[in-house]
Design a protein around this ligand. Structure first.
Ligand SMILES: [Zn+2]
Length: 96
């Protein structure tokens, strides 16, 4: 439950700290990047709290994470990249 809460709280804080007044659009975009977890539908079981998502699910592969990092530097889609990197970092916490 804390994991899911952090997936909303961290993007919210990043958006507010970085953008002040225009935070809402960035926050919504980052929330939409949660759709990356649709790749869990390919796994059995779909959700396993003890599983490390990084390197297991198709859209959580290291080379995709490199792509997501690159998106952070593309002006108009930057917040997609930031949202995905935050998502992967929070998922990686489960791997420790
Ligand atoms: Zn994930």
């Amino acid at each position: 439950m804390l994991h899911i809460f952090l997936h909303a709280l961290v993007p919210l804080l990043v958006a507010i700290v970085c953008l002040k007044r225009a935070w809402l659009t960035a926050f919504i975009v980052m929330m939409l990047t949660m759709l990356v977890d649709l790749d869990h539908l390919l796994a059995t079981p779909i959700y396993d709290p003890n599983r490390c998502s990084i390197g297991f699910h198709p859209l959580h592969q290291p080379w995709f994470i490199g792509l997501y990092a690159g998106l952070c530097f593309v002006k108009n889609i930057r917040w997609i990249g930031v949202g995905l990197i935050i998502h992967m970092a929070l998922d990686a916490l489960d791997c420790l």
